[in-house]
Structure formats: C-alpha cells, structure tokens
Design a protein around this ligand. Structure first.
Ligand SMILES: [Mg+2]
Length: 224
C-alpha cells in the first residue's frame, strides 16, 4: 500500500513536471503572451543600454545615406527632423521615472534644455548640412517651449538650421500627424522641396511631402 502510494506520487510529480514544461512552451510560443511589467522594463533597459539601440540607429542612417546619395541636391532641398527622441534623447528622464510618465517632471526636463543629442542623428544632420540640404526641425512641442528647444538644439551641436517649427495656440487642436503634414504642406508652398523626413513616431511620417521616410526606434512611448 505504501509502495503503491509512492509510485503514484512519482507519476503525479512526473505528470506535473510535464504539464509545466508543456504550459511554459505553449506560453512562450503564444503571440498573446502577457509579459510581467518588470521583465518588460528590464528588456527595454537592456535594448537601450547594451548597444542594440545604437546598432539599429547606425544601420538605419547608413541606409538613409545610401538613399540620399541617389538624389541630386538642389538649393531648395530640405530635410525635416523631429525633436524628441529623434534629435534629442528623453531616455535619461524616462529611466529616472522607471519608464513611467509624470507631466510636471517631463515639463521641467524639457524646459531645462539639457536633453542630450542622439549622436547618430547629429552625425546624419551634419552629413546633410555638408551636402547643402536645408535643415528644419518640426516638433509637436508647444510655443512656450520654443526658447528652451532652440537653445537645447544649438547647445547640443544642431547649428545652422533654417527653421524650428513648434505648435502655436491654434495648432493644439490638431492631431500629431495632421499638424505635421499641414506644416510640411506650408513649407512646400514656401518653396522648399522636402527630400527626407526623420522621426521616431509614425505620426512624424504620415501624409504627403515627406520624401524618404526614416523611422527611428522608440520603445519608451507611442504618440497617436
Ligand atoms: Mg519624437
């Protein structure tokens, strides 16, 4: 009786182990798998800090340069750059907030004008500058943030740009993509020919007059 009980326990343990292995295998294969928030944050941290982010940016900009080399640059050729997480990095503040969000802290951070440049973007910006391409910043930041943004860009090495476009009071009702495509249309009407558009959000690249679309990775947030 004792032996039978022992054998049964062994079989149950083996079955439980098999079930667990099977469940874990199925879970890891499932596309709807829920990821623990801590695990997700650690994966994002690893992506940004292990060199994978830099590697991806290098690859993206090398491809962009290959595309630019095929274009004949004219006097009115222009490149559009987004600001946040395209020209300047918010990674530091995002990490300090444990990859969360706090309106006031982010606001103070923007106004501090101390965001570091994303070095691959700055390098690409300078590459276009040498080619004589007009450089334009188009950001969803508000008019109150204009001075801090302007100063931040200059201090981080983004010099000699044509224009910095921010949201005016009447632009605030527009969605990100709508605002940006409207401003691009106005630039075209003012004589620019947009050859390339660089942004970390799809809303930076939706609509007309983008030229070559360069989408940078952003695993911190998404703007609709
Ligand atoms: Mg952005």
């Amino acid at each position: 009786m004792k032996l039978f009980f022992f054998k049964n326990t062994l079989t149950s343990t083996r079955n439980l182990t098999l079930t667990l292995i099977l469940s874990l295998t199925l879970l890891s294969c499932s596309s709807n798998e829920l990821i623990n928030l801590r695990v997700a944050k650690d994966r994002v941290k690893d992506y940004y800090e292990s060199g994978k982010y830099d590697e991806e940016l290098n690859k993206i900009y090398n491809e962009a340069k290959a595309q630019i080399e095929k274009i004949k640059i004219k006097d009115n050729s222009a490149a559009i750059f987004d600001v946040d997480d395209t020209a300047l990095s918010n990674y530091e503040i995002s990490k300090r907030l444990d990859y969360g969000y706090d309106f006031q802290i982010i606001q103070d951070w923007v106004m501090s004008a101390k965001l570091p440049a994303i070095k691959q973007t700055l390098e690409f910006y300078n590459y276009l500058k040498i080619k004589g391409v007009k450089l334009i910043f188009l950001t969803g930041r508000n008019i109150e943030e204009y001075d801090a943004t302007y100063r931040n860009l200059i201090e981080q090495g983004y010099t000699d740009f044509d224009t910095l476009i921010v949201r005016s009071e009447q632009d605030r009702k527009l969605g990100a993509a709508q605002f940006k495509s409207q401003k691009r249309k106005e630039l075209i009407q003012n004589g620019y020919e947009i050859i390339i558009c660089v942004g970390d959000q799809w809303t930076d690249l939706e609509g007309d007059y983008t030229g070559i679309k360069v989408k940078l990775p952003n695993y911190l947030y998404e703007t609709k």
